[in-house]
Design a protein around this ligand. Structure first.
Ligand SMILES: *Cc1c(COP(=O)(O)O)cnc(C)c1O
Length: 472
């Protein structure tokens, strides 16, 4: 016996047995069902009624190719449920199985539990964002992060804006407008997402003066670039870009020496800006904020959501006189962060102050995750998929424009199938309830457990089992 879908409603469109529409459930019949009622509760009556009418119309328009009597209420509601999932919220969580820790397209740093709680807490009601509770008078939103940043970096003063691109723009506009900024030619890079150092500079009203060559810039090159128009020397971290071979960049200390001999400030845009040493994890060191301050940089700029591992923000730390100038500039008003960002950065920084960053901050948990745990997790994924999957050694990357060419050894669940099938699986993983983003490389589909949050493993396992079963 063939298994025909159950026909639930036949009370509409009954205009004779040869009418192809007969047997199609009506809008009201669909809406009455328990499952549709659950959708209505979640998304509202109007959205679900509209969606039902739309769905039934599509079926009616295509009815010639099928028998209405074969379209059960079950099928219609299942379609409705999957469409309802996409209603309204285009921005939603996904599972990152790519092994790129700071994946810019996937939202960079996931936040610690305490950070999320602090952001939720401060946004629930009112806060003392710009209010001094002791005196009952106006306060400054920039004051909340000053002391913790000073404690962690040794910088005299700081200001936090919406992102680092904004921090660069505001800094140059406030400090260097109508003057020249000297930058090494090897550092005039596009960082991705359209952040081009020269473009940002021209928007700030500062003139760029390139010195040295693409692969070599010496202290003497900075020296020779200085004129009475010079307002600052700047170092820009080349981030996702690696110049190798016959290269030479001047150290920050040397740039500072040249700058200070001419009474010029040195601005250091370090991009990722770490607060922890990466060397224990077999990675090359990234500039530490404290180290750049120690080396004499007058202003150090870094992103909040790269290696700091917090929400999107741009930190400007350094000399009080310069920070004061930036604080008063109109662009600082334009780029000021909201209360959630300030609370989130504060909570993230607190993990460093309490010496618990590697346990509490997700990106540091990922960076420091040991290989036996990765092995076990990849093994679970592979077992969920079945015989065409195995665990192999592979490479995770830090991403986010940090550590170009640097990798962390990981374990991957690698699925071997024809290219066509791999693409199908990758698509189904993306279409699953919590979209799982994987990578196809070297003829296999790879899932790196390092960037999957541990409590998402179960979802990956269930989805792999389901897709694998469906393909048999
Ligand atoms: C990433 C990066 C930026 C831009 O920072 P956002 O926080 O993404 O705005 C600027 N400069 C450098 C060197 C970077 O690596």
């Amino acid at each position: 016996m063939s298994q025909q879908p159950r026909i639930i409603d036949m009370d509409t469109n009954r205009q004779g047995s040869n009418n192809p529409l007969s047997g199609l459930p009506s809008t009201s019949k669909v809406l009455e069902s328990e499952r549709a009622q659950a959708l209505i509760e979640k998304h509202g009556q109007k959205a679900i009624s509209d969606l039902t009418r739309e769905t039934l119309q599509v079926i009616r328009d295509n009815i010639r190719s099928m028998e209405a009597s074969q379209i059960s209420l079950d099928i219609i509601i299942t379609t409705l449920e999957s469409k309802a999932k996409k209603l309204g919220d285009t921005l939603r969580p996904v599972i990152n199985a790519t092994g790129v820790i700071l994946h810019t397209n996937l939202g960079r740093a996931p936040l610690s539990e305490d950070t999320r709680a602090a952001m939720a807490d401060v946004t629930e009601g009112y806060s003392n964002l710009e209010y001094d509770v002791t005196t009952g008078s106006r306060g400054s939103r920039f004051s909340h992060l000053q002391s913790i940043i000073q404690r962690l970096t040794g910088a005299e003063d700081s200001i936090v804006l919406n992102n680092n691109a904004g921090a660069v723009l505001a800094t140059l506009a406030a400090i260097c407008k109508d003057g020249e900024v000297i930058v090494s030619r090897g550092q005039l890079v596009e960082i991705g997402g359209g952040f081009r150092v020269p473009d940002v500079m021209s928007q700030s009203g500062a003139q760029l003066k390139e010195v040295g060559t693409t692969n070599r810039t010496r202290a003497a090159d900075y020296e020779s670039g200085i004129s009475d128009k010079t307002k600052a020397l700047m170092r820009v971290h080349p981030s996702n870009f690696l110049i190798s071979g016959f290269t030479e960049e001047t150290s920050l200390r040397e740039i500072v020496k040249v700058g200070h001999e001419h009474n010029l400030p040195v601005i250091d845009d370090i991009g990722s800006g770490a607060l922890l040493d990466l060397r224990p994890y077999g990675l090359k060191p990234e500039p530490l904020l404290s180290e750049c301050i120690d080396d004499g940089a007058d202003l150090v700029l870094a992103s909040g959501d790269k290696l700091i591992g917090g929400p999107q923000a741009g930190l400007i730390i350094g000399k009080s006189t310069l920070i004061d100038t930036i604080r008063k500039h109109p662009l600082t008003r334009v780029l000021r962060p909201d209360k959630a960002t300030i609370a989130g950065i504060a909570a993230t920084l607190k993990h460093y102050a309490l010496d618990e960053a590697t346990e509490k901050i997700p990106i540091w948990q990922m960076i420091s995750m040991n290989e036996s745990i990765l092995q076990q997790r990849a093994q679970r994924f592979a077992e969920a998929w079945g015989s065409s999957a195995q665990v192999v050694t592979g490479k995770s990357t830090v991403g986010g424009g940090s550590l170009p060419g640097q990798t962390l050894t990981t374990r991957l669940c690698a699925i071997s199938l024809s290219q066509q099938k791999l693409e199908l699986v990758s698509k189904e993983l993306r279409a699953s309830e919590l979209s799982i983003i994987s990578k196809i490389q070297d003829g296999v589909l790879q899932l790196d457990p390092r960037t999957v949050l541990i409590d998402q493993d179960i979802q990956v396992v269930n989805t792999l089992e389901k897709i694998s079963k469906g393909m048999k």
